[in-house]
Write a protein that binds this ligand. Structure first.
Ligand code: F6R
Length: 601
């Protein structure tokens, strides 16, 4: 959903901006641009496609020590050079980059800009034209910016250059994420800290409806009425190396491999002095006070939520519902008397989830966010928070954040059970350490999983994953992962549901991959495999050693406690998707049409 950067200091801005945009490419990559400001004026370079294409057209002779940049995930106007940011005002005095959606752009255009020739199909251009329109009418730039931002409805993170003022970048934020980075004699602007981590580890959070007047030596935060707000920087907890690929060909592969380490880190982070897994007592109390938990999330995080429901209901015996954020907003279910809302979001910025958070907070209900990004919007705005400690996840397809989400949900279930006096039939840290080892063993089987992808998924246009119970939720994630990175049409089905319609799609050679890790449904899912195999499907069974395995199964997972099987299943489902994507020559880390941080509804 677009990434923006800005730099004002004394070094070559174009190089810093291009590097920053490369780090933000996961947010959108259909076009990109930068604007540089020096004594000769504003210089704009933009190009369709990736940052590499932009880099080729930036004139190295243009030297500037301030500028702004943008990588786009198109919403208004097709992805081409004309619609790429930065956009300029009619006179060329102002240049703007924007992440978000201006919902009332059409009415603002009609009301204020009837005489202004527009040069793009974007909602963004309206903002820069409005600012110029108010400045031409006699306002100062800051006042014009505040007036414009009061008029616009929707979401924005913007950075603005003014040809007449080479000492300042103007910044504004509402709903879309934006940080100010603080350095010695310079400042940066970034949609997230990974973009500019090579420059600084000190960042200042911005709240909604704030602007910033940014110079080389100062940042002045104000609200839209011009009232100054003071806020100190914080230090981000990762460094530049965490955002690098190292020897890996793709971030996705690196992040898959990191999962055992992430799980071990989580166990350390949530272990108390007595060696027990523990959750903040305020969170445990909030769970105790609730009569029902409502998990709200999107995509992969929603799938982690489905596994979490199973864990919370079975381990802690607390009724739990899981909802897709974008549905919950308008299709709100009947709520219990004392709900607690749990938001799961890797990025902490997903607009669909945030809409629900704002809504349920207004209703007065308590909220807890599980996120990987400290200081993100969902982190800041929830009453309670738990971090995923997965480290920056750069590949667009979520892998290590998914397993970290499941792990943290299991910690919640365990803590809630203990607070209710429910005896556990396992020792959590011990079992989860086994899980980390089991994940490692699966990671070591890359050659075999690559072979499965070659064998089952090299010539097909579609595939099915089937499972029952907790394995069904794993199948939903397996299908999503396969679809998004390899573009193979895939569905995850409950094994018993196939015969109620979907089995009509099975023909000779259709790949059907079944997960079976739970003894109580092993026979039934194997019957479902038989049903499709009889109709020509090419079947693959992924079972668990000493629990559900049979001699001819294609993949046998190391045995772990029945509650934690999804953590181990995650490795083959992710690696199969990864290798299928390589076979199809897809751009694994940046699948088409997707963006990592979905900040529009
Ligand atoms: C898929 C994927 C997405 C995200 C979804 C929610 O691999 O990454 O489905 O899970 O867009 O994003 P977050 O978790 O950031 O709220």
């Amino acid at each position: 959903m677009c990434g923006i950067v800005g730099y004002i200091g004394n070094q070559d801005a174009s190089d810093i901006l291009l590097k920053g945009l490369s780090n933000l490419e996961y947010r959108g990559y259909d076009s990109a641009g930068i604007a540089l400001l020096n004594a000769e004026g504003v210089h704009i370079f933009k190009e369709k496609g990736r940052i590499a294409a932009l880099r080729n057209i930036v004139d190295p002779n243009v030297r500037a020590t301030m500028g702004i940049g943008h990588t786009r995930w198109a919403t208004h106007g097709e992805p081409n050079r004309r619609n790429a940011h930065p956009h300029q005002s009619a006179s060329g005095r102002f240049a703007i980059v924007h992440n978000g959606v201006i919902e009332n752009f059409a009415s603002l255009r009609d009301q204020y800009l009837s005489g202004v020739p527009l040069r793009s199909d974007t909602d963004t251009e309206i903002v820069v034209q409005l600012i110029e329109c108010f400045v031409t009418g006699g306002m100062g730039v800051e006042a014009a910016l505040r007036k414009t931002l009061k008029l616009v409805e929707g979401s924005y993170a913007i950075a603005l250059l003014d040809r007449e003022n080479p000492e300042m970048i103007y910044v504004g934020k509402n709903k879309s994420p934006l940080l100010i980075g603080v350095g010695d004699g310079f400042h940066v602007v970034a949609s997230d800290a990974t973009a500019m981590i090579q420059q600084t580890k000190q960042y200042v959070e911005l709240m909604d409806e704030e602007i910033v007047l940014l110079t080389r030596d100062s940042y002045v935060i104000k609200d839209l009425d011009g009232k100054v707000k003071r806020r100190k920087p914080y230090t981000v907890s990762f460094d530049a190396r965490d955002t690098e690929k190292g020897a890996y060909p793709h971030y996705m592969l690196k992040e898959i491999d990191e999962q055992p380490a992430v799980l071990r880190r989580l166990l350390q982070k949530y272990e108390d002095e007595t060696g027990h897994l523990s959750v903040d007592s305020a969170i445990t109390r909030a769970i105790q006070n609730a009569d029902r938990l409502y998990i709200v999330a999107c995509g992969t995080s929603y799938h982690a939520g489905l596994v979490g429901k199973q864990l919370i209901e079975q381990i802690a015996q607390i009724p739990t519902e899981v909802h897709i954020s974008s549905e919950f907003s308008y299709n709100t279910p009947l709520l219990s008397k004392k709900p607690l809302f749990i938001f799961i979001s890797q990025s902490g910025e997903t607009a669909d989830s945030r809409t629900v958070l704002v809504k349920v907070k207004k209703m007065g209900y308590p909220t807890l966010t599980l996120t990987n990004v400290e200081g993100s919007t969902l982190y800041r705005e929830a009453d309670y928070k738990m971090l995923l400690y997965a480290g920056p996840e750069i590949a667009v397809a979520s892998t290590k954040a998914y397993t970290a989400q499941i792990a943290v949900l299991s910690f919640i279930a365990i803590a809630a059970a203990e607070s209710k006096g429910i005896a556990l039939d396992f020792e959590p840290i011990h079992e989860l350490s086994f899980v980390a080892q089991a994940m490692e063993r699966m990671i070591d089987q890359k050659a075999q999983l690559k072979e499965i992808a070659r064998n089952y998924l090299s010539v097909t246009r579609n595939a099915f994953y089937i499972g029952r119970g907790i394995d069904y939720y794993v199948c939903m994630e397996a299908a999503l992962k396969l679809k998004e990175v390899s573009y193979i049409q895939a569905e995850g089905f409950a094994g018993g549901e196939l015969k109620h319609g979907t089995i009509a799609l099975i023909e000779d050679g259709t790949p059907v991959l079944a997960f079976t890790t739970q003894p109580n449904v092993n026979n039934s899912i194997r019957s479902n495999v038989q049903e499709v195999s009889t109709r020509g499907a090419y079947t693959c069974i992924i079972s668990m050693e000493g629990v559900t395995d049979k001699p001819d199964d294609q993949i046998v997972l190391p045995k772990v406690h029945r509650f934690f099987t999804p953590l181990v299943c995650a490795i083959p489902l992710q690696l199969i998707a990864y290798y299928a994507a390589l076979q199809n020559e897809c751009d694994v880390d940046k699948p088409r049409n997707l963006a990592k941080s979905v900040t529009v509804e």
